[in-house]
Design a protein around this ligand. Structure first.
Ligand code: PMP
Length: 357
């Protein structure tokens, strides 16, 4: 890889130093791209039909009102308690910059979603990373203990990307009781629909309980709309109003809004696909454990292989076997649950790699 030349203009050094986002690419058409936790099902025909014939000479509805009304009805909140963004990652950026700036801190577990530290840096704030427990779960007591009077937001990711572990309702209640009630808590539930553990926290049930809680959901994963970029947050109106002010205006396209409405019309079919993927995840996890892998219990649409110092080599072995996974040296490899046909290749290479650890 060629190195980027030093910029000719003066830029923020902390931004120049940020690592480039690396998106996995399938090296050959036969390879399975299991590196971005995407939904492997093809787009639903009703969704495709809804995004044909758009008036793309017109701007979209700036606040996605119809989408918010539909989501509000589903979650038992008012449309003002919902904000729609260009992916939930955009909403994360908006919320973080609404809450934190230079001199402030944002606490999150590590390892977790790789976008968090970069978004905190962009806001000018400082990341406080709290290590996961030995079993790859959020250490919520340690996260609460990391809160200082400089902390302006805490992000809790459940299921945690990349380890798949969930926070339980009980753990979350204890955590909320332990942190100040004027501290923004963002519950990132990008993979909520894949959960089947009844003990897991469900943020949507809690939005009216805590005045400092915002939950994040996305249409990218369960609903298969990653390419259209649309997510939403539910939370207190005043907090969401601030997040509206930090948004890039009009970034949620008409195509995205129409696709969401169409997807919600065929929701039972889409959720049946989600259940199939969750079942496939459980089959894969069980088979990996049989092979000797110490896989944390994943409730997302991905599994975590703790390959430790051997991660880079293991990632290459996966790639040569046609499995494009997300490699996090020196910790592990995250593999998305993809097409049914990917499972055999995945388990074959995983079975070889585990013997080399
Ligand atoms: N949160 C988590 C935990 C994620 O894994 C992702 C996507 N990888 C996102 C948020 C962002 O998803 P999107 O912007 O597509 O809604």
């Amino acid at each position: 890889m060629t190195e980027t030349p030093a910029p000719a203009v003066r830029l923020r050094p902390e931004i120049v130093a940020l690592p480039a986002y690396k998106q996995g690419r399938a090296a050959s058409p036969e390879a399975f791209k299991l590196s971005s936790n995407e939904n492997p099902f093809p787009p639903h025909p009703a969704v495709l039909a809804a995004i044909r014939d758009l008036d793309i000479n017109r701007y979209p509805d700036a606040t996605a009102l119809v989408v918010r009304e539909r989501l509000a009805a589903r979650h038992g909140v008012t449309p003002d308690e919902i904000i729609v963004g260009a992916g939930s990652v955009a909403l994360l950026a908006q919320l973080i910059s609404a809450a934190a700036t230079v001199g402030d801190e944002v606490v999150f577990a590590w390892r977790s979603f790789e976008a968090y530290p970069g978004l905190v840096t962009v806001a000018g704030a400082t990341s406080v990373r709290v290590p996961l427990t030995a079993d790859a779960r959020h250490d919520l007591p340690a996260m609460a203990a990391s809160v200082t009077d400089r902390t302006r937001a805490v992000i809790v990711c459940t299921p945690n990307n990349p380890t798949g572990t969930v926070v339980t309702a009980e753990e979350f209640a204890q955590f909320m009781a332990a942190v100040p009630s004027d501290l923004l808590v963002i519950l990132d539930e990008a993979y909520a629909e894949f959960i089947d553990d009844p003990a897991a926290v469900d943020g949507a049930e809690l939005v009216h309980r805590y005045p400092n809680l915002v939950i994040l959901r996305t249409f990218s994963k369960a609903y298969g709309l990653a390419g259209l970029r649309v997510g939403y947050a539910i939370g207190p109106v005043a907090v969401l109003d601030a997040a509206r002010s930090t948004a890039i205006p009009l970034s949620v396209t008409e195509a995205a809004q129409r696709a969401v409405l169409a997807a919600m019309q065929v929701e039972p079919e889409l959720l049946a696909r989600v259940r199939a993927l969750a079942a496939r995840r459980d089959t894969v996890q069980a088979a990996l454990r049989e092979q000797g892998w110490q896989v944390p219990v994943s409730q997302g649409n991905f599994v975590w292989l703790p390959t430790g110092p051997a991660t880079a080599a293991a990632g290459e072995a996966f790639a040569s076997a046609g499995i494009v996974a997300r490699v996090f040296p020196p910790e592990g490899i995250r593999v998305s649950i993809g097409e049914a046909e990917s499972v055999e290749s995945l388990l074959a290479v995983a079975g070889e790699v585990v013997r080399t650890l």
